[in-house]
Design a protein around this ligand. Structure first.
Ligand SMILES: [Fe+2]
Ligand SMILES: [Fe+2]
Length: 263
């Protein structure tokens, strides 16, 4: 059996500190064969850089996924080809980076992680996420049955639809991007673990990780504002998965949620 921890969008420095604190003090990280984290908000709340990517790997994270903020910082190009970093598979052809990776556990089991980006209320010009994964899935399933999909998307309907599309063909479809954890985790009929959104790691006194002031002004005035990453106590949102590596079936999915983390 393979045990995986999947951590939702980590927001800025405070989110990174929160993850470090939880992995060192609240969870037994040694029990996981792989820790995956969404890192599209690692650097200053938007995008990723080499230093924060390396920092998060040093805490025990094995694979970092991205999303609509993948190319927010040009520094991403320094690390975009790293074997443990993936960006959405359905960015149009011609973009750098890879949409999936296969990593090996200490016991030598192979785990495939795939990143997809939804098309409802996100980035224009994306390829279809459903067709993009369909094109590679049969080949990947010949290499390993343990396949985890980070579906970075806004609409719960699009996420749930992908869950049905992939049920029985991947081990888990885990939603990210909204930064708000949903309470709908389930093992679907054909054995795929599913949750619409894992939630974030960042300041709990915030609007999805950002100081409320700027966000409120944006809504009240309709004019672009400077958004700052919020501070104060943090929430940590993740899911834990147990997977039968011989079939790829999800045997167990549960949420790991902490509040009032003061890193
Ligand atoms: Fe996002
Ligand atoms: Fe995000």
């Amino acid at each position: 059996m393979i045990k995986i921890l999947f951590i939702g969008d980590i927001i800025g420095e405070i989110g990174r500190k929160c993850v470090k604190y939880v992995l060192e003090n609240r969870l037994d990280k040694g029990k996981y064969d792989l820790i995956i984290a969404n890192g599209e908000n690692l650097a200053g709340g938007k995008g990723i850089s080499k230093s924060v990517f390396e920092e998060i790997l040093s805490y025990g994270v094995g694979v970092v996924t991205l999303g609509n903020h993948t190319f927010a910082r040009k520094e991403v190009l320094e690390i975009i080809s790293h074997p443990n970093l993936i960006r959405p598979l359905n960015y149009p052809e011609g973009n750098p980076g890879q949409g999936y990776c296969i990593v090996k556990t200490k016991e030598g089991q192979e785990i495939c992680v795939i990143n997809l980006l939804g098309r409802v209320f996100t980035v224009e010009c994306l390829d279809c996420p459903f067709r993009a994964i369909n094109e590679v899935l049969d080949i990947l399933r010949e290499k390993t049955k343990t396949i985890i999909v980070d579906f970075h998307a806004e609409a719960t309907s699009e996420k749930k639809a992908l869950g049905y599309f992939l049920d029985g063909r991947v081990s888990a479809v885990l939603g990210t991007h909204t930064h708000v954890a949903t309470a709908d985790f389930i093992i679907m009929n054909n054995g795929t673990g599913y949750i619409s959104d894992v939630g974030m790691c960042g300041s709990q006194n915030s609007v999805i990780g950002l100081e409320p002031e700027g966000v409120l002004k944006r809504f009240l005035l309709g004019v672009p504002q400077r958004f700052n990453v919020a501070t104060g106590p943090c929430e940590f949102n993740a899911v834990e998965l147990s997977i039968d590596e011989t079939t790829g079936r999800c045997l167990e999915i549960s949420q790991i949620i902490f509040r009032d983390i003061k890193p």
